[in-house]
Design a binder for this molecule. Structure first.
Ligand SMILES: Cc1cc2nc3c(=O)[nH]c(=O)nc-3n(C[C@H](O)[C@H](O)[C@H](O)COP(=O)(O)OP(=O)(O)OC[C@H]3O[C@@H](n4cnc5c(N)ncnc54)[C@H](O)[C@@H]3O)c2cc1C
Length: 452
């Protein structure tokens, strides 16, 4: 047994540290098109103390570490680019506090979004958090590390805008807390302390998020998915703008896909309205369709597809079936809502060139302040040619995002390089300095957000 493996066993016990090939195998891959990359060790700490000891060991021995939550980004962001230790955080999953009146929840960052949702449903049914559309095993820490967004993005923005407090294990193994929890007065706000925004969106390259206070929001008793359809993509931004003017929808998503045929070349706008009573829902329906969207209906530009039925929200993961073999990966971009038509047209051309049925989706963030637009590419894991097509399509899409002046969201290493090449020199210098100060040995998820 190597000395690092022995030290890891000493810290977490032999059930939770491994250098065995059959166990490393599962950590060498993710669900996207990335080539396998092997760690040398995997360790699953249960407590912050254990995590600190692992990080200290890595720092002393200059061994790379990669924090891992659900491993669901699809973009290879938790694959060990330079070997080393994968720190699987899923055992750090406690709910530490729910403050019902202050509407926040404090959790360990390895907790899954699914666990929070089911806990709140059972114990605090009048509260909800913003859950990403990812599989429920996606963790809070992983989602914040990539600036995720969830089903409350339209009213409240990115999930990282909903953080009330943060605890982080730094690359030295020390702990730092941010927000009101840093002055010992509870986990209820990040303000008004000086802003130290060094950990969100960094893919774990500056520290490991261990505790988070997340804002909770009113959870209404009833929820319905109303669908509006337009044929011409040019109208989508206007329709979204009109709906967001009402400020009523909980989630607002436009989508179009080649499969099923009823979605092909049409744009479905999913409007999630909620209410505590039928009257509240009826009022929202009335305001949405009879008032705000009436002009589109009267002129024949768009129409209501369905009201208050059980229709599920658009799910890009369904596209994993298009090629059989269960593979899909997407490029997401954060763009202005007005970019929808061009993103759709150029994306469907890229799909066409690579023989992949197109699947696109745009989720409104804030009151039309921006949109997360995604282009999904299906592939068959057992067919290398389709994997190559998907990978090429992803790279072309990253380049497209740069060309239209968008920002790539949770970019794979390829996309990170494109973004860094274009980044403002002042910001680049600062990123380099921050990394040097926090992580002088370069052990934290190396390869990610790496400024040469
Ligand atoms: C079908 C599908 C739908 C999706 N829909 C959405 C969506 O609607 N919204 C959305 O935001 N995302 C979505 N995603 C993307 C992704 O799955 C989620 O963002 C997910 O929350 C990422 O969390 P994770 O735990 O899987 O992160 P991981 O993949 O484990 O990690 C992500 C990154 O964060 C780092 N990291 C992990 N934990 C920590 C930590 N505690 N501290 C510091 N760094 C850490 C990792 O090293 C990695 O770089 C979707 C994915 C799929 C497959």
């Amino acid at each position: 047994m190597s000395s690092i493996q022995q030290e890891l066993v000493n810290i977490v016990g032999e059930d939770y540290a491994s250098d065995r090939r059959e166990e490393l195998f599962t950590y060498s891959k993710d669900l996207g098109t990335s080539q396998p990359l092997w760690p040398e060790y995997v360790v699953a700490p249960k407590t912050t103390d254990e995590l600190q000891a692992v990080v200290r060991l890595a720092n002393e021995t200059k061994t790379p570490i990669v924090p891992l939550g659900g491993g669901l980004t699809l973009a290879g962001l938790a694959l060990p680019q330079k070997g080393g230790i994968i720190i699987d955080l899923k055992r750090m999953d406690k709910i530490l506090e729910v403050n019902e009146q202050g509407r926040y929840i404090v959790v360990e960052a390895g907790i899954s979004h699914g666990k929070i949702t089911s806990y709140l449903k059972k114990n605090h049914p009048n509260l909800m958090h913003s859950e990403p559309g990812a599989p429920p095993a996606a963790t809070v820490g992983g989602n914040l590390a990539i600036h995720g967004q969830g089903d409350l993005a339209h009213p409240y923005g990115f999930n990282t805008d909903m953080v009330n407090g943060l605890e982080v294990v730094l690359p030295t193994g020390d702990i730092a807390r941010f927000g009101s929890c840093a002055v010992g007065s509870g986990w209820y706000t990040m303000h008004p302390l000086p802003d130290i925004g060094l950990f969100l969106g960094w893919n774990g390259a500056t520290g490991i998020i261990t505790k988070v206070s997340l804002k909770l929001y009113p959870c209404k008793k009833f929820r319905e998915n109303n669908m509006f359809v337009v044929e011409n993509e040019e109208f989508v931004p206007d329709v979204l703008f009109e709906i967001s003017h009402l400020g009523m929808a909980e989630d607002l998503i436009a989508t179009s896909s080649e499969i099923p045929p009823m979605m092909n070349r049409l744009h479905y706008i999913s409007i999630i309205n909620t209410g505590d009573s039928e009257e509240e829902l009826e009022f929202k329906r009335h305001m949405t369709f009879d008032v705000q969207l009436a002009k589109y209906i009267r002129s024949g530009v768009g129409g209501i597809v369905s009201l208050y039925d059980e229709r599920t929200r658009p799910q890009v993961s369904k596209s994993a079936d298009w090629k059989k073999g269960g593979g899909f990966e997407y490029v997401g971009a954060i763009v202005p809502v007005s970019f929808y038509p061009e993103c759709y047209r150029r994306g469907s051309e890229i799909s066409g060139r690579h023989f992949i049925p197109y699947t696109v989706l745009g989720r409104v963030i804030g009151s039309c302040h921006s949109m997360m637009f995604s282009w999904s590419y299906a592939f068959n894991r057992a067919d290398d040619a389709t994997v190559k097509h998907a990978r090429d399509a992803l790279h072309e899409t990253d380049e497209l995002v740069m060309e239209i002046n968008g920002t790539i969201w949770k970019p794979a290493i390829f996309g990170q390089k494109l973004m860094l090449e274009r980044m403002d020199q002042g910001a680049l210098r600062l990123m380099k300095e921050v990394k040097k100060i926090l992580d002088p040995n370069g052990i934290m998820n190396p390869g990610n957000w790496e400024v040469d």
